[in-house]
Ligand binder design. Sequence first.
Ligand SMILES: [Zn+2]
Length: 430
Amino acid sequence: MIHLQGATLLTPEVEYRDGVLCMEGDRIIYAGPAAGAPPPSPGDEIHDLPGRAIIPGFVNAHTHLAMQLLRGIADDVALQPWLTEHIWPVEDRMGEEDVLAGTRLALLEAVASGVTAVNDMYMSMDRVAEAIVESGIRGVITQGLIGNADPERRRLKVGTDLYERWQGAHGGRIQVALGPHAPYTCSHEYLVEVAERAKALDARIHIHLAETPEETQELAAQGRTPAHVLLDSHLSDQPVIAAHYVAPAESDYALLSGMRIGVAHCPISNLKLGCGFAPVARLRAHGIPVGLGSDGAASANVLDPFLSMKAAAWIAKGASHDAAQLPAPTVLRMATYEGALALGLADVGQLRQGFQADVVVVDLRSAQLQPVFDVASALVYTATSRDVERVYASGRLLYQGGRHLAVDAAEIIAQARRGAERIAQRTLSS
Ligand SMILES: [Zn+2]
């Protein structure tokens, strides 16, 4: 058994100043005050961690890991020209080798910043799944389905084959969803077909929805709303992860309340692409779990959950002129447990007995963090990913003191540099 003791434990409902967390295998055996902790047995691993916080691993509720190779390739451009003029032409020429290199690079950043679960939509998803397994964390993977480019439904078949191959693989660490990219890239008929396949497989749906106010306005011109798209197509017969939801129609809230849906709020990507931002407090008030996502590094440039938490808190307060919106414990809960709920990961995102041992130790002793009156405040408003000291996923230590223990970080960075050079050469020669 591994004992982490002497730290502040955020469960996140309760905070224990002298907390103990015990892990065995891939599970949390105990999380609570020192007084009730099981005594160590001979051979147990014991770590005294004064001045640290122990929190659940972060859940990145929406990302495109392989886009790490495209970081900085097209900044300061609005969503539609960014997609059609910059990103899609480059992605059309990305091979499996590039996807693998980009995903591995992204997972280095994810693990080093305390992320232990990702929800990824991209292509060449077998390579993505392999990279996630190799990294030691867990992931929900989705073949991105651009229906308008899939007249013969080949991609849809790739997406459903992926489910057959990977759903529940590696002790449940890999889950598979079906991923119609967005209402603006998939016809109603295509969405209906995806819904039928999802129902047959009992798969979750992962979709970009209401990504901009313009998207919602275009649907309104057809007499529809983003939530209607889910209902009409029967996508909402299955659990849904809706990425962004920047612009719900007024009538959407009541409809969403009756669905099995979670929203992935991606504040940094939304702000940088000039899309706006999701009305998080209102969505949560309607009982909808809202996790935090980074989106891909080509739009957000960073995958850092500490920055996502800050952005989520700041914009909620600034946009509402209400400093009480999204207090620090709520933001921390969104970045962990609500993200897991949105993804349907029932035993992830909390420090609780029987839950997956996805555990992060954050060092709160640096000068930049002093003094620490309130640990949740320090984690959300002050800490950065550089304060992450240890990362465990499924009880396995993946990262400690700046070193990756499960993968060869130097080799992954070298592969990524070569991948970026390939992409640059193809872009120049086109
Ligand atoms: Zn996205």
